[in-house]
Ligand binder design. Structure first.
Ligand code: PEP
Ligand code: MG
Length: 324
């Protein structure tokens, strides 16, 4: 089965009846982009740029960041790169960017909230991404998707969009990305509940099921005892995903899933049945996720989603899906 998945890794990802679902890779290091392509990834669905910041003893400068992002885009050769802006704080401290001692770091200064306290750092990152996304010498476009982490409502998006719009005017058009989108992660319940207002303004959504599950169920995703209960297939999480997909599609926006749930064989039909357009998973999983998609029809997926949403606990969802 694995050999078959590997031999078909470059084929377009779609369900048995031909419904396309993009399969992209999650990366922590731009050097791994070539490997992701070799494993069949149709793009990078989540570049965790914080690892670049963690590899330096102070914030990497404009040139360093531009080179780094350019490397990934070159390796992707025209495939899209979804780059997430710096997502530190909470469980991911950055030594040279100290955050005041907090009783609840998961509920504190992290993600886009933290970035907006130092807009200069965020602006340098946005500028580096835009410069890196300039078309190649041979004219090939480099589709660039910039994604903001831990957004709780549209105000945070607008604050970043204002910087982004200014840079798009400031940087000469032939020196920056042309095929560029600005979107947000949906990983806080408030942003799922308010997805219609966000969908009207963003270019795309990507659901971070790791944090969305943590914040919906109030279970620390790394908790030594409880994390087993932090199941992204919990019907409460699925309802938030359903609301978000509906809001995105009502505005003609695409929506991906980049948390762990996207590579869960039981969850994949549910996510497809809910209407998710893209799954972003670790590069190693790309061939297997593509193979899983080929095993069912869209109608089966919709039935799995319907059955899952009708349950009242995470275990009941898994039982109902596995019994099938
Ligand atoms: C998530 O929260 O699901 C996610 C993809 O982001 P991270 O795991 O980096 O927090
Ligand atoms: Mg997250």
């Amino acid at each position: 089965r694995e050999a078959n998945a590997w031999s078909r890794r470059f084929e377009r990802a779609e369900t048995r009846d031909g419904h396309p679902v993009e399969v992209a890779a999650n990366l922590g290091n731009t050097l791994h982009a070539a490997d992701a392509v070799e494993r069949g990834a149709e793009g990078v669905g989540l570049l965790r740029t914080e690892f670049l910041f963690m590899a330096h003893s102070s914030a990497p400068n404009l040139a360093t960041q531009t080179n780094e992002y350019r490397q990934a885009l070159e390796a992707l050769a025209g495939r899209p790169l979804v780059a997430r802006t710096l997502d530190v704080g909470g469980d991911k401290p950055l030594p040279y960017w100290p955050v005041p001692q907090e009783d609840n770091p998961f509920l504190g200064l992290r993600g886009i909230r933290l970035a907006l306290t130092e807009p200069g750092v965020l602006e340098t990152q946005l500028r580096a991404l835009l410069l890196a996304g300039a078309p190649r010498e041979d004219g090939l476009a480099c589709p660039l998707r910039i994604m903001l982490p831990m957004v709780k409502d549209v105000a945070e998006f607008r604050a970043v969009k204002a910087i982004f719009d200014r840079l798009m005017v400031e940087i000469p058009a032939d020196e920056r990305a042309t095929d560029v989108q600005l979107g947000v992660m949906i990983e806080i319940p408030s942003s799922a509940l308010l997805a219609p207002s966000l969908a009207a303004e963003v270019d795309f959504f990507s659901i971070g099921t790791n944090d969305l599950t943590q914040y919906t169920l109030a279970i620390d995703r790394g908790h030594p005892v409880l994390s087993a209960q932090a199941d992204g297939l919990h019907p409460a999480v699925l309802r938030l995903i359903q609301m978000t997909v509906e809001a995105a599609h009502a505005q003609g926006k695409w929506i991906g899933v980049c948390g762990e749930l996207a590579s869960d064989a039981v969850a994949i039909p549910v996510l497809v049945g809910l209407g998710v357009d893209e799954l972003s998973v670790s590069a190693r999983q790309v061939p297997l996720v593509k193979a899983r998609l080929r095993e069912f029809d869209l109608a089966d997926a919709r039935e799995s989603a319907r059955r899952a949403l009708a349950q009242s606990t995470g275990d009941a969802v898994r039982d109902a899906l596995e019994a099938n």
